[in-house]
Write a protein that binds this ligand. Structure first.
Ligand SMILES: Nc1nc2c(ncn2[C@@H]2O[C@H](COP(=O)(O)OP(=O)(O)OP(=O)(O)O)[C@@H](O)[C@H]2O)c(=O)[nH]1
Ligand SMILES: C[C@H](OP(=O)(O)O)C(=O)O
Length: 214
C-alpha cells in the first residue's frame, strides 16, 4: 500500500518558534519525517513523501507547492483513478515522531472504508482510505470534519485509539513526549541540542534546554 507522508519542508513547525531557530526547526522537522518514513517502511508498506519543496530522503518524493488539501486530494484522486477501488491508500503526517511499525499496522489493519488515527486537539494524524470518494479538509477540528466527509460519501468509519499516533509534535509541551517515549532521530536531535526533562513538585513535566559547553 502507498503511504503518503505530507511534509512542510520550507518553514516547518512555526508553533515551535519560541523553542527553536528557523534552521533548527528545519532540522527537527527533517528528523521527524525520517523517523516517520522509517516506521512506515518497517510495516512493509511504501512511504511516499509529499513535500512543499525538495527533501532528502531515501523514498519517492513528490514536490507540490499548493495547499495541503489540494496536494493530498490530487494524490487520492489519481490513486483511485489508476488503481481502482480495491487498493487502499494511507496518509500519515510527518510530525508523528512516536509512530512505530506496530502502531501503524494497527491503523492499516483496522476495518472500515476510512480509518482514522485522531490527533490530540481535534486534528487527523493519519488515516487509511479504501473509499474512492473520500477527500480531506485539514486544519481546525479536521477529525470531526473528516468523519462528516466520510459519512457524506457513504463510507464506513473506523477509529484507532493510539497514544503514539495521537501525539503530533506541534508545541513545546509535546517535546516531553518525545524525550519520554521516542527512540529515533527526533529524540536524538533534542538530546544533542541539550533538551532535558524538568520535574517540579506541582504541575506537569516540562523541558528545558541546558547550555552545553564544548
Ligand atoms: N505537503 C504539505 N504538507 C504540509 C503542509 N502544511 C503542513 N504539512 C504537513 O502536514 C503535517 C501537519 O501539519 P502541521 O502540524 O500544521 O505542521 P507544520 O505546518 O510544520 O507546523 P506549524 O507551522 O506549527 O503549523 C506535518 O507533517 C506538516 O509537515 C503543506 O502545505 N503541504
Ligand atoms: C493538519 C492539521 O494538523 P494540526 O494543526 O492538527 O497539527 C490537522 O490534523 O488537521
Amino acid at each position: 500500500m502507498q503511504v503518503i507522508v505530507p511534509f512542510a519542508a520550507d518553514a516547518p513547525k512555526t508553533r515551535l518558534s519560541s523553542t527553536f531557530s528557523a534552521a533548527e526547526r528545519r532540522q527537527f522537522a527533517g528528523a521527524m519525517v525520517r523517523d516517520v518514513v522509517d516506521a512506515v517502511a518497517k510495516t512493509g508498506h511504501d512511504p511516499h513523501v509529499l513535500a512543499t519543496g525538495p527533501v532528502s530522503v531515501d523514498v519517492p518524493v513528490t514536490v507540490d507547492e499548493r495547499s495541503l488539501d489540494a496536494a493530498v486530494n490530487e494524490l487520492l484522486e489519481s490513486h483511485f483513478d489508476a488503481a481502482g477501488d480495491d487498493e487502499p491508500i494511507a496518509v500519515v503526517m510527518a510530525d508523528l515522531a512516536l509512530a512505530t511499525a506496530p502502531s501503524l499496522d494497527r491503523l492499516f489493519e483496522t476495518n472500515g472504508d476510512v480509518v482514522f488515527a485522531p490527533g490530540r486537539g481535534g486534528g487527523t494524524n493519519a488515516f487509511v482510505t479504501r473509499h474512492p470518494d473520500f477527500r480531506v479538509d485539514y486544519h481546525g477540528t479536521s477529525y470531526l470534519d473528516h468523519r462528516a466527509i466520510a459519512s457524506s460519501v457513504g463510507a464506513s468509519v473506523g477509529v484507532v485509539d493510539s497514544f503514539r499516533l495521537a501525539t503530533d509534535v506541534d508545541e513545546p509541551a509535546d517535546l516531553v513526549e518525545v524525550l519520554c517515549h521516542g527512540d529515533g532521530r527526533t529524540r536524538e536531535f533534542l538530546v544533542e541540542a541539550g533538551f532535558e526533562l524538568v520535574t517540579a513538585d506541582e504541575g506537569r513535566v516540562t523541558v528545558t534546554r541546558t547550555d552545553r559547553v564544548g
